[in-house]
Design a protein around this ligand. Structure first.
Ligand SMILES: Cc1cc2nc3c(=O)[nH]c(=O)nc-3n(C[C@H](O)[C@H](O)[C@H](O)COP(=O)(O)O)c2cc1C
Length: 152
């Protein structure tokens, strides 16, 4: 059976979207992994139940994770609690010049689901560069490979 990597993203001005697209491109390089693609506004607990691993991509806004991603986490936290999902996840934050608060905030919330962070969170600051996209592509591929090989 194919493993499923869920990418949940929010982007107001396109930066996080570019990063999520790059991560998806990397994930699709791995055979045997299906990539589920959801805007944070559209994603729900059923998507979390259906996936084997998860990648969250969102900007830092006003020193916290952007509201749409927070809304997704707020909506799914209690419904997910009873299910002990314990999925592997990765995290990408787009930021102007910081991003650390959003990264720490998401990690704190995700530990409660519980989910396990399986790669160093990426914080992509400033204009999106080819290096940012390459890093996200590598992260997407690594998550997919980990799922495919049964490491997570
Ligand atoms: C309302 C608002 C608040 C922001 N607050 C922060 C912040 O606290 N820290 C930071 O590093 N960048 C901040 N930024 C910059 C965004 O994180 C950055 O432009 C990011 O690339 C936007 O991603 P997006 O295009 O996916 O929406 C803020 C941007 C907006 C619009």
């Amino acid at each position: 059976m194919n493993k499923k990597l869920l990418i949940v993203y929010h982007s107001q001005s396109g930066a996080s979207w570019q990063l999520a697209v790059a991560a998806r491109r990397g994930a699709l390089l791995e055979e045997g992994v299906a990539v589920l693609w959801r805007r944070a506004w559209d994603a729900g607990v059923d998507d979390l139940v259906a996936c084997d691993g998860l990648l969250l991509v969102a900007p830092e806004n006003s020193a916290s994770v952007a509201g749409a991603m927070k809304d997704f986490l707020d909506r799914t936290f209690y419904p997910a609690l009873g299910q002990q999902l314990n999925r592997a996840y990765g995290l990408v934050i787009a930021a102007g010049n910081d991003g650390r608060n959003a990264s720490a905030q998401v990690q704190r919330i995700m530990s409660g689901y519980p989910m396990k962070l399986v790669a160093e969170p990426l914080i992509c600051r400033g204009e999106i560069t080819p290096q940012h996209k390459m890093d996200c592509q590598d992260l997407g591929q690594a998550l997919a490979a980990g799922l495919s090989l049964g490491i997570y």
